[in-house]
Design a protein around this ligand. Structure first.
Ligand code: AMP
Length: 181
């Protein structure tokens, strides 16, 4: 992706100040998703590096990771597996707890969603502190999956999430970065 495309992608993401609470700059990708050329550009850029990586699956984190992950899975010829908030999946699950700013939450996958050694790309819209993605990495590893990389449209580098995932041995790739929270 050239510098002009990157700038266009960045411009397609709407910033909502002080949402959901004061001090947070919410990076809203609905404006990008609703813009056909920009949606296509994002999916192309997320998919391109992995065409020869023998991916078996793309795992998307609820909920925006489903939209991006489904499209990337189609593009790279892989299956899609959802990582969901607890209590949503109907079959037997594996579950992991993770910290939010206030309190803890849990996420789940179907226990039979992946077989040991399957090659998975993890996708979400944004990485901030990396807590959500780290929990997803733990779940995928519980199932024995090999995590080829974790990909995001947006990185907030000041919050250190990419470094946190890389410390777990997961390569991280994001398309654009914004300063601040
Ligand atoms: P974290 O666990 O801190 O890396 O937070 C990442 C998750 O929270 C992702 O699923 C994002 O969709 C969401 N998120 C965190 N910060 C923001 C933000 N500033 N704008 C939009 N979404 C965010």
């Amino acid at each position: 992706m050239d510098a002009r495309d990157l700038e266009a992608l960045k411009d397609a993401i709407r910033c909502i100040p002080d949402y959901p609470k004061p001090g947070i700059q919410f990076r809203d990708i609905t404006t990008l998703l609703g813009n056909a050329p920009m949606f296509r550009l994002a999916i192309d850029a997320l998919s391109h590096p992995w065409s020869d990586s023998r991916l078996t699956h793309v795992a998307g984190i609820e909920a925006r990771g489903f939209i991006l992950g489904g499209a990337v899975a189609q593009r790279v010829g892989a299956g899609f597996v959802p990582i969901r908030k607890k209590g949503k999946l109907p079959h037997e699950t594996v579950r992991v707890a993770y910290s939010l700013e206030y309190g803890i939450d849990e996420m789940e996958m179907h226990r039979d969603a992946l077989q040991p050694g399957e090659r998975v790309l993890l996708i979400d819209d944004l990485i901030a502190t990396g807590g959500t993605a780290e929990a997803a990495v733990k779940l995928l590893r519980t199932l024995g999956a090999e995590i080829v990389a974790a990909c995001f449209v947006i990185d907030l580098p000041e919050l250190g999430g990419a470094r946190r995932l890389e410390a777990l041995g997961v390569p991280v790739r994001s398309l654009v970065a914004f300063q601040g929270h």
